[in-house]
Design a protein around this ligand. Structure first.
Ligand SMILES: [Zn+2]
Length: 238
């Protein structure tokens, strides 16, 4: 009886903690999404409004709630705050709660949550700017490789998944490009990198193979879809 109550309490405290931690991490992710393409570091300056440059006060910094309370406008200049930042905070909330429910507090939780937050940042920058950030990709693939190595006690699993998917996706891209009579450039094709990241993170070659059917949706608008797949894949695989 006592252990049941203790487990219950641990579980509830964990959920409440994740409901706070997820959006807080998401809030930080937003400043990376905003500042990285401008060549600024997230540590450079206190959060500010991109329109009027006003320094934001604590009441402006509550993830999700601040945005809702001002109906998506800056409190100081009424400039619109893009909804994408609230979507990023919500995505991080989902990541932390889902991974806590699935993995509990564990190394898997830490590594997959980190990988997925980087995937969300990657997708948001691609959505806004049209390119993949190589540094953020590097962080994401490092977390994916660590998580998978932890599971399999070998580095061959993620290496095989990554390279196999990269080669297969490049072949598909080449065929698609030939059909459209366009030159193919696998290293500049974001969906190939996305597919390789997902194939590196989970040992599900059969489940990963349908990724090869997705280049039909290859534009920058497909970035959120790939981020969602990166979040769902570890939950399905382990
Ligand atoms: Zn403003």
């Amino acid at each position: 009886m006592l252990t049941t109550i203790a487990t219950h309490q641990f579980f509830l405290t964990g959920i409440i903690f994740m409901l706070v931690l997820g959006p807080a991490v998401g809030n930080y992710a937003c400043s990376v999404v905003y500042r990285l393409p401008l060549g600024k570091t997230p540590f450079e300056r206190h959060p500010f409004c991109g329109h009027c440059n006003a320094d934001l006060q604590p009441r402006d910094l509550f993830p999700i709630l601040s945005w809702l309370s001002t109906r998506g406008k800056c409190r100081y200049c009424q400039g619109p705050i893009p909804g994408i930042y609230t979507v990023i905070e919500l995505a991080c909330l989902v990541i932390f709660v889902a991974n806590f429910l699935h993995f509990g507090i564990s190394e898997n939780f830490l590594l997959y949550s980190a990988m997925e937050v980087f995937a969300v940042i990657l997708a948001a920058i691609q959505w806004q700017q049209g390119w993949l950030s190589s540094s953020i990709y590097g962080y994401a693939i490092t977390c994916a490789a660590l998580a998978r190595t932890l599971h399999e006690a070998t580095i061959y699993g993620w290496l095989k998944g990554f390279f196999l998917m990269f080669v297969l996706a490049s072949i598909v891209a080449r065929i698609v490009a030939a059909l459209q009579k366009k030159p193919s450039a696998p290293f500049d094709t974001p969906w190939i990198w996305w597919s390789a990241l997902i194939a590196a993170s989970v040992p599900l070659h059969v489940t990963c193979l349908p990724l090869l059917l997705l280049p039909a949706l290859a534009g920058r608008r497909s970035a959120p879809l790939y981020a969602a797949l990166a979040i769902v894949a570890p939950l399905l695989a382990f």
